[in-house]
Design a protein around this ligand. Sequence first.
Ligand SMILES: [Zn+2]
Length: 84
Amino acid sequence: MLYEYECEGGHRFEEIHSIADRNNVDCPDCKRAVHIRISVPRKPLIAHTFTTIGHDGKVIGQKQTTERTPLKVWGRKSGKEFNL
Ligand SMILES: [Zn+2]
């Protein structure tokens, strides 16, 4: 489990511990007692591939990003932007 800690001096850090060891942690900076803030599920970033296809069906461009951008679609008639 990955836990996020905050010490009494305000330092924040993340460490991986088993549940049994999660309370046996001191701040690596000031060695003070720490509080568990949250257990962080570490999700891998999903790589999105954007492919641009021309009128003849050929791929004219491709780029990949790992940014978490909301999927946006332009309505054909209204031209209005909305989020899926
Ligand atoms: Zn500290």
